[in-house]
Design a protein around this ligand. Structure first.
Ligand code: DP6
Length: 344
């Protein structure tokens, strides 16, 4: 009744921002990401009939109550229902990168939890089933089940085995159809991702809350959602062709459109600080000067910069020269979620 798993975070090149259904955590549109090796979450789950409630330890701190414990417990309920067990669990999870600052720790967190918890409960799910399950914990977690370049379905028009788009009818059916799939392995393209940390604090507006507010109040939400499918197609082609300039164009456009929809909410959601904006300008200026580089930004002020492997040092120097950058993390294409040695 005990298992441990490791998963990497991922960064969306075409963003997920909005939900078709909150209860099933169905995304309003698809997304496309790169799984990031070099950063990881490790999670150990042990079901124990002697426990009176689920226990969570996050980065060596006990989490006795609150939203984080609640979210983990609700997720474990899905696993318990599926395995036909009632035992509560002890969950120990550790990130080797800062939590809650726009680095998508929920992606690696729920991917590792999905794998460790199902194994500990005696289930043996396929990667696709794990992706569907991980999505219920956090939409972006569905993508971290897989390595390399990954595409997430919206569940409305999933791809069938013969790659035709099939329309789903009910929410239940859509829920089973909203999963991620790998479109190119980590070895396909040695891109590097440098993460410029511009603030160490937890974000003010979590992504779930930010999405719901955008959806309810932003006049730009519909246009944003309508832009996603064509962007996924462009990004997927750019990845297949290893066309850096094409990927740069679509990734920056998707990022800025997502943020524009959030800025248009009421009250407007602005995740950026002054250093975030400095970095946007610095990246664009460097690219105009011939450096292959582009930026993307999630629900926080950190800036993720992508470049080919041989431009890594120049990109690092660019970020390091920008005032307000506190730390630079480095990542490369990584593998999907996998079981690991028990670390407790
Ligand atoms: C901006 O996956 O954290 O990073 O499904 O509500 O848990 P929930 O949201 P989450 O949202 C990620 C949003 C994003 C863009 C992305 O990763 O696609």
């Amino acid at each position: 009744m005990k298992a441990s798993a490791l998963a990497h975070p991922n960064i969306a090149l075409v963003k997920y921002w909005g939900k078709r259904d909150v209860a099933y955590n169905l995304p309003g549109a698809g997304s496309l990401s790169l799984t990031l090796g070099g950063l990881a979450t490790r999670t150990c789950v042990e079901f124990d009939a002697a426990l009176d409630q689920d226990r969570l330890q996050l980065d060596k701190e006990d989490v006795a109550r609150g939203d984080k414990l609640e979210r983990v417990s609700q997720f474990l309920d899905l696993v318990r229902a599926r395995a036909g067990i009632t035992a509560r669990a002890r969950v120990i999870t550790e990130n080797d990168f800062p939590t809650g600052a726009g680095l998508a720790s929920s992606a690696s967190g729920f991917a590792a939890l999905a794998l460790a918890a199902t194994k500990a409960a005696g289930l043996d799910l396929s990667p696709r089933e794990l992706s569907i399950l991980a999505r219920r914990g956090s939409g972006s977690a569905a993508r971290s089940i897989f390595g390399g370049f990954v595409e997430m379905n919206d569940g409305i028009f999933p791809f069938s085995e013969d790659a035709k788009r099939v329309e789903t009818k009910s929410l239940e059916e859509a829920s089973q159809a909203a999963f991620a799939r790998p479109i190119a392995p980590a070895s396909h393209w040695d891109l590097r991702c440098l993460i410029a940390v511009t603030s160490a604090g937890e974000k003010d507006v979590g992504s779930t809350e930010g999405m719901v507010r955008t959806q309810k109040t932003s006049p730009y939400y519909r246009q944003w959602i309508a832009s996603v499918a064509p962007d996924i197609e462009r990004a997927a082609h750019a990845v297949q062709a290893r066309d850096f300039a094409a990927l740069a164009a679509v990734a920056e456009a998707s990022c800025l459109r997502m943020h524009a929809s959030a800025i248009g909410a009421e009250p407007g959601i602005l995740y950026w600080n002054a250093t975030t904006v400095e970095l946007i300008h610095a990246v664009r200026q460097a690219r105009a000067g011939g450096l292959p580089v582009f930026f993307t930004i999630d629900a926080g002020p950190q800036v993720k910069v992508f470049c080919p492997a041989d431009a890594r040092d120049a990109c690092h120097a660019l970020l390091a020269a920008t005032a307000g950058v506190r730390q630079i993390l480095q990542a490369h294409p990584g593998e999907g979620a996998r079981l690991c040695e028990d670390f407790r």
